[in-house]
Design a protein around this ligand. Structure first.
Ligand code: ADP
Ligand code: MG
Length: 406
């Protein structure tokens, strides 16, 4: 594993989103000057997760054992499905009869998935859990329990600023955990290498359930199916670009909906509804960008896709970047954590599921020689191949792709 320099990632992200405009220069200045983005100073209103929770305050240095004890106290949650949580060598989970167990794990690495001087700690905690919950949502699963492995540089427990960061991280994680009634049932805590220059590294494991044989896979789509997305696309990438640009003035945080980058909403209710109503043939979450995740769906289902540019639900924050950058953010931005799913064309799809808008963006076709895996139909009717341009780890050196924060 290689940890990339976060400054490099920042600049690359901007070059992807804002090719040729001034944003790249601004970020470069922000990055090289090292101007901190202090969330508390800049926010006009705190995000919901900041209002909801405060972890028990500790004034003295914490060790591993004390931190775990604090986590155990703050995350006490009784659940029929989790007869034994934090405190023993293993947790005990009791999935409901007739269900199948789903397991997913996701890294949240400083410099790769967040920047300590840009993302508020609550947002880092929220996004850490949201990544795992979104994977469960994509399979139509219901969360059972979460497990968090956390490596911290020693200063995070030895200094009050560090402890404050850790407390706020857990506040953000806990607010989302309570919203979705998922208990934190265990994990691991360790000191990260390289002393106080070490990185914050988190790995979240989500265990969920789905009715036996009914979890939604990427491989179930067939030619002729219609393609849908939930919510709006490009918002997370656009908000990140704006955070970088206005590094001292973060947008107001009235609702989580306006903060697709800082507090994405995993679409668990939509996923469950797709399973319960037997609407979808295949589904995945858009974590790496529509073009990349649609590519995954096509490969897994052995079909081609045609999407209509004019049908793409582009997030209003992305629209603010201008038409070209907005389209780029919607197609390749990533981190939106919306669902991309297919359904037979004969299904009368509701315009919203669990209160989340659902938009038909195209359809699936038979694979044929010479037909690109993904075709995008422009508003003027021209057909163009859409190459997967979203995030792929290790692809920078292999394929010459531009890297960015992801
Ligand atoms: P062991 O050495 O047996 O792995 P630990 O001392 O690491 O046990 O952990 C004690 C208990 O605390 C276990 O139940 C473990 O799951 C839980 N735990 C440790 N770290 C975390 C964490 N970061 N988040 C949640 N639970 C944790
Ligand atoms: Mg351990």
């Amino acid at each position: 594993m290689r940890f990339t320099n976060r400054h490099f990632n920042l600049q690359s992200l901007l070059s992807v989103l804002c090719e040729g405009n001034k944003l790249g220069t601004l970020v470069q200045q922000t990055v090289t000057n090292g101007s901190p983005c202090n969330y508390h100073e800049s926010a006009t209103r705190p995000p919901p997760f900041m209002l909801l929770h405060k972890m028990t305050k500790t004034r003295t240095a914490l060790g591993e054992v004390a931190l775990i004890e604090q986590i155990r106290r703050d995350f006490t949650a009784s659940s029929k499905a989790v007869p034994l949580g934090i405190g023993d060598d293993c947790a005990i989970l009791r999935p409901p009869p007739g269900s199948e167990v789903l397991v997913t794990t996701d890294f949240t690495l400083e410099g790769r998935h967040f920047l300590r001087d840009l993302h508020p700690p609550e947002s880092v905690g929220h996004r850490c859990l949201a990544r795992g919950l979104s994977d469960l949502a994509a399979m139509g699963g219901t969360p059972l329990a979460a497990f968090l492995s956390l490596a911290l540089p020693p200063s995070m427990l030895a200094t009050s600023a560090g402890r404050d960061w850790v407390q706020r991280f857990f506040s953000g994680l806990r607010a989302l955990a309570e919203m979705h009634r998922v208990p934190l049932a265990g994990g691991d805590t360790a000191e990260s290498p390289n002393g106080n220059n070490g990185l914050i590294l988190a790995d979240i494991v989500l265990v969920g359930t789905a009715p036996k044989g009914e979890a939604l896979r990427r491989s179930g789509a067939v030619a002729g199916d219609a393609l849908y997305v939930t919510g709006q696309l490009g918002g997370a990438a656009a908000e990140l670009a704006m955070m970088l640009k206005r590094h001292r003035r973060i947008l107001s945080m009235a609702t989580t909906e306006n903060h697709p980058q800082l507090s994405p909403e995993p679409r668990l209710d939509v996923g469950e509804s797709l399973v319960r109503r037997e609407l979808a043939t295949a589904c995945l979450d858009i974590s790496d960008g529509l073009s990349t995740d649609l590519y995954h769906l096509c490969r897994a289902s052995d079909v081609c896709a045609e999407i209509e540019q004019a049908a793409l639900p582009i997030h209003p924050l992305a629209r603010k970047l201008g038409a070209k950058a907005a389209l780029r953010a919607a197609l390749h931005g990533g981190e939106d954590y919306e669902l991309l799913f297919s359904a037979p064309a004969s299904v009368l799809m509701p315009t919203s599921l669990a209160g989340v808008p659902v938009t038909r963006i195209g359809s699936l076709k038979k694979k044929r020689s010479g037909r690109p895996l993904i075709t995008m139909i422009a508003p003027n009717g021209t057909h163009e191949e859409l190459k997967s341009g979203g995030w792929e780890h290790f692809s920078g050196t292999l394929k010459g792709r531009k890297k960015r924060l992801q």
